[in-house]
Design a protein around this ligand. Structure first.
Ligand code: NDP
Ligand code: ZN
Length: 351
């Protein structure tokens, strides 16, 4: 079967690879809609995960089940499903310990386009189908559903990790699709003042629609100075990092109050260390909590993300600025994600 793959660091292309088969608890899925992720860009062009040879890319998909293993109880061939980017091994000690995304090793719940072939293929394999797939709700548009695999769950997780208290002040650094979902999540979780930081107009407009109370353009002056000025030098209660470069974590520590929380979902693709500013971190005694996480995957999480759409709490389909049709367009969509033209938020490929 055909798949669009990372050939080596810095190189992508089409490959012929073996069609996967299902073990007793697994499913084989044919994609109906897929989306490239900024993480694919870090993986290929920054070599962030190390070299990968001929690994099919993609971890955001909605699809139709083609085949199931003998022990799969809740799904059958023909069912349309939302596939999470993270498909943990639920029979693992890490999952028992509340860390399914790190089941059997750090980041190992993230299998697609990391440890095994991803979803940019004619068919792909899903481990533990009953625990990792969610039925596509009747009538849910594919463009909306495919935003749940990764963008909604990741952005909202950024908000969940940020210790947001009702009415507290939150800054979201980066308002690409992940940051936009973080804005929506922070709004649902009760942020009062909600400062969104980005520059592209399409993203700014949607951030305001999703609940941002104001915008800081980091290209028009220092991010730290602008946020501190807005908050009369006090800083914010929580910062969610969903974009930026390796200095962004330093910016976040500088704008968060003592006792506040920095919640990172950004993927740092290069470098050995990240800078934490000593003075602003209170020489180690500031009670400024720095957290970072890979998003939660699995069925329940996807069902909850779907409910957020069904009951009108989030509208992630508004982030889809570019829709392609046909398998061959996966390449174009991925390259678009790499180049990030100013009118792009997120591309989707319908199959
Ligand atoms: P985008 O590239 O679409 O958005 C990045 C945002 O960061 C943009 O708003 C951009 O602003 C802003 N930005 C860029 N540089 C700076 C800077 N120096 N200071 C402040 N803001 C800056 O990314 P995505 O939304 O697609 O993804 C965000 C991150 O999340 C990526 O690193 C991705 O790999 C990661 N990710 C993590 C996951 C997880 O599980 N933890 C899962 C999925 C993704 P501008 O408006 O100027 O473009
Ligand atoms: Zn991703």
């Amino acid at each position: 079967m055909k798949g669009f793959a990372m050939l080596e660091i810095g190189k992508v292309g089409w490959i012929d690879t073996e069609r996967p088969s299902a073990g007793p608890y697994d499913a084989i899925v044919r994609p109906l809609a897929v989306a490239p992720c900024t993480s694919d860009i870090h993986t290929v062009w920054e070599g962030a995960l190390g070299d990968r040879k001929n690994m099919v890319l993609g971890h955001e998909a909605v699809g139709v089940i083609e085949e199931i293993g003998s022990e799969v109880k809740d799904f059958k061939p023909g069912d349309k499903v939302i596939v999470p980017a993270i498909t943990p091994d639920w029979r693992s000690m890490e999952a028992q310990d509340g860390m399914p995304m790190h089941s059997n090793g750090m980041l190992s719940g993230w299998k697609f386009s990391n440890f095994k072939s991803g979803v940019f293929a004619e068919f792909f394999h899903v481990n533990d189908a009953d625990m990792n797939l969610a039925l596509l709700p009747k009538g849910m548009p594919l463009e909306q559903a495919v935003m749940l695999s990764d963008m909604a769950t990741t952005g909202i997780q950024g908000a969940e990790m940020a210790n947001i208290k009702t009415g507290s002040t939150v800054a979201v650094i980066g308002i690409g699709p992940v940051g936009l979902m973080a804005v929506a999540g922070a709004s649902i979780l009760g942020a009062g003042r909600l400062i969104a930081i980005g520059s592209r107009k399409v993203c700014v407009d949607l951030a305001l629609e999703y609940g941002a109370s104001e915008i800081v353009d980091y290209r028009k002056g220092g991010l730290v100075e602008q946020v501190l000025e807005k908050t009369k030098g006090k800083g914010v209660d929580s910062v969610i990092i969903a974009g930026g470069d390796k200095n962004t974590i330093s910016d976040a520590v500088k704008i968060v109050k003592p006792g506040g929380t920095v919640s990172n979902v950004n993927y740092y693709g290069t470098g050995d260390t990240l800078p934490i500013p000593r003075i602003e971190w209170g020489s180690g005694m500031s009670h400024k909590d720095i957290r970072g996480g890979l998003t939660t995957g699995g069925r329940l999480r996807m069902e909850r993300m779907a409910d957020l759409c069904t009951y009108g709490r989030i509208k992630p389909e508004k982030m889809v600025t570019h829709v392609f049709e046909g398998f061959d367009k996966m390449e174009e969509a991925l390259i678009l994600m790499k180049e990030k033209p100013r009118d792009l938020i997120k591309p989707v490929v319908l199959l």
